[in-house]
Design a protein around this ligand. Sequence first.
Ligand SMILES: [Zn+2]
Length: 183
Amino acid sequence: MRCPFCGGPDTQVKDSRPSEDSAAIRRRRICPDCGGRFTTFERVQLRELTVLKRSGKRMPFDRDKLQRSIDVALRKRPVEPERIERLVSGVVRRLESTGDGEVTSEAIGEAVMEGLKGLDDVAYVRFASVYKNFREAQDFQDLLGTLGGRLAGEGDPVADAAPVEGTPEAVAAPRRRSARARS
Ligand SMILES: [Zn+2]
């Protein structure tokens, strides 16, 4: 593994241990050239995944990107990192085991929402709102409706959600719904 700091070719493994419920191996590495330390993860990859975007473009699936969007949805929520890792691994595994190695961005969104639904309601709503990009305001209202009053007293998950690009009216629609939900 090449050193990410100096580009040195011969980094050494200092420590190696199971991680993420033994779904991964975590390795601490050190570079003898510059002393740089970094961590690598070894995970099972059942197959190469390609994401088919709504625009029709294809790009390689990026696990880190998936992890980041889930992290944003779970920001400040009381969920252990270990459970989040398991969610990410579970989503990836499910995507890998369906179809022909090509997944739509929609299928990824659905898989994440499915996972978050069982993990944390607030994160679920945050992710759903970002994922749907407020384009389907009516659907979003249906979603809040199905969650019922469970979000009462949780603050405003929509206002707390990650910034999204969107038209002002698209952003405003779910907020109005939230305001009603609290009254
Ligand atoms: Zn180095």
